[in-house]
Design a protein around this ligand. Structure first.
Ligand SMILES: [Zn+2]
Ligand SMILES: [Zn+2]
Length: 134
């Protein structure tokens, strides 16, 4: 079987172990991630006006959840807006909350991020204690 050395650590790689090629040089996964870490992008903020255009062209309201989703990827729009705002992907546990309670209001200023569902839950408990509404 043909083996090729990683462009960085020179470990011989089977074709299935080549993670990515950059300018025809193969790299193992570890080296690739070390040499070319995923870039954080500039934070981007969306207003409802900007989002409305996106909804019209690319989204639908998911009947089951009541949230906007992208037609092509089925991704929740509020998660995408949060990712754009942070310049990184959401982690598995993270929860995006709608501040004004309107599930369809995904503008950046209406979204809040929680580390996990527990923190999200306790935030709601606290709010309810303060205001008397859930
Ligand atoms: Zn390597
Ligand atoms: Zn919430």
């Amino acid at each position: 079987m043909v083996k090729v050395p990683c462009g960085n650590c020179h470990k011989n790689l089977r074709p299935s172990k080549i993670y990515k090629k950059i300018q025809a040089k193969p790299y193992c996964k570890d080296c690739y991630n070390k040499l070319f870490p995923p870039k954080l992008s500039e934070p981007k903020y969306y207003t409802n006006k900007e989002l409305e255009k996106i909804y019209e062209e690319k989204c639908y309201i998911d009947k089951k959840t009541g949230y906007y989703k992208f037609k092509a990827t089925k991704k929740f729009v509020h998660k995408w807006v949060m990712e754009e705002m942070m310049g990184r992907k959401l982690r598995n546990q993270e929860v995006v909350h709608h501040l004004n309670g309107n599930k369809l209001d995904n503008c950046s200023s209406n979204l809040m991020l929680f580390k996990n569902q527990t923190e999200h839950f306790f935030w709601h408990v606290e709010q309810r204690n303060k205001s008397g509404v859930w």
